[in-house]
Design a protein. Structure first.
Length: 334
């Protein structure tokens, strides 16, 4: 067993020992997870050695109409910024989440810090092992007035808007090279209770464990204009490892500018992803735009079959006089 798997195994065991009983996975999910990695793992902060800003919006089950007012289709926005400094071997990141599920709104603001350990040069670029931590706040707001009561005159009905805010923590490790990327992370390390002041009726913000891995390779040789980047994201609750779910995806890129891909979410849906980089040079600021369309194949009776995602990111390269610059894999983004 080499150095990297040993570190990952130790990290996995340490995180697993800190968890308590939880109820369910609660984090938002994205088909374009490969473009939203800071949300998944704090160790991703600054690992590409540049400044980046990104925004992703997801409308899930568009047109879904449940038993409360104001629509009901879950929709989520994540905004993130990240900065990496190779000279200081460090990266910082900040992200905000707004996740609306009918009458329930989850919001979070998180600050990440990562320390980057150089692991030597491969194919002219430097590999890194990043160790990251994150801290912030997580709030839930519920609007009871959106529910449709069977008996509107029931005096026991809860009304009004209630909110509760708790602290939140995450940690992770991440390996990054020009060909391979992957990491292990845990969000909500200390599960928090949300009861809105109502004892005996509470929800648990569950710990979520993520394992992500991907590979970048050129099709037809090193100088080929075509590349393919398969990846997998496994999600689970640490206290019930049998209850995992996974996403499989692959992106094909032409000339480091145009890309298209597909992804599959276990026993739920398949997705088509299309995108473009308006400047393909890694030495200049780059704007990337991507769109994802999901179609649900399982459980259509309980949800609308289509979902939509759009992501926009902007990267500014940062050049240093020390430490070689790490080239950005075509598939890796924030």
């Amino acid at each position: 067993m080499n150095r990297i798997p040993k570190v990952i195994l130790l990290f996995f065991l340490l995180l697993g020992s800190t968890t308590t009983t939880v109820k369910a996975q609660q984090d938002a999910q994205f088909s374009q997870y490969m473009f939203n990695q800071l949300f998944i793992n704090p160790a991703y902060a600054g690992v590409e050695g540049n400044f980046s800003a990104s925004l992703i919006h997801r409308t899930q089950w568009a047109g879904y109409n449940p038993t409360f007012d104001n629509g009901g289709s879950p929709n989520t926005q994540v905004m993130s910024v990240s900065y990496g400094n190779n000279a200081f071997r460090s990266g910082v990141g900040l992200h905000f989440v707004n996740d609306m599920i009918g009458p329930l709104i989850n919001r979070e603001a998180q600050l990440s810090y990562a320390y980057h350990v150089p692991l030597g040069s491969r194919n002219g670029t430097q590999a890194k092992l990043s160790i990251g931590v994150r801290g912030g706040i997580y709030s839930q707001t519920i609007d009871f007035d959106q529910f449709r009561a069977l008996d509107p005159d029931d005096k026991l009905l809860q009304t009004g808007v209630l909110s509760q805010t708790n602290s939140d923590m995450a940690a992770g490790i991440y390996y990054h090279s020009n060909t391979f990327f992957g990491g292990v992370s845990m969000n909500h390390i200390i599960p928090q209770k949300f009861n809105f002041g109502q004892e005996g009726s509470e929800g648990i913000l569950a710990s979520n464990l993520y394992v992500l891995a991907g590979y970048n390779f050129n099709v037809g040789g090193y100088n080929s204009l075509w590349s393919v980047s398969p990846s997998v994201l496994v999600k689970m609750v640490p206290t019930d490892l049998s209850g995992y779910s996974f996403d499989l995806g692959a992106i094909t890129t032409y000339d480091n500018k145009y890309f298209a891909g597909i992804s599959y979410r276990q026993e739920e849906s398949a997705s088509l992803i299309l995108g473009i980089k308006l400047n393909k040079s890694s030495k200049k600021p780059t704007l990337q735009i991507a769109y994802g369309f999901d179609y649900v194949f399982f459980g259509q009776s309980a949800k609308d079959p289509t979902s939509h995602e759009i992501s926009v990111s902007y990267k500014i390269p940062i050049f240093h006089t020390t430490d070689p610059k790490l080239n950005t894999p075509r598939y890796n983004n924030e």
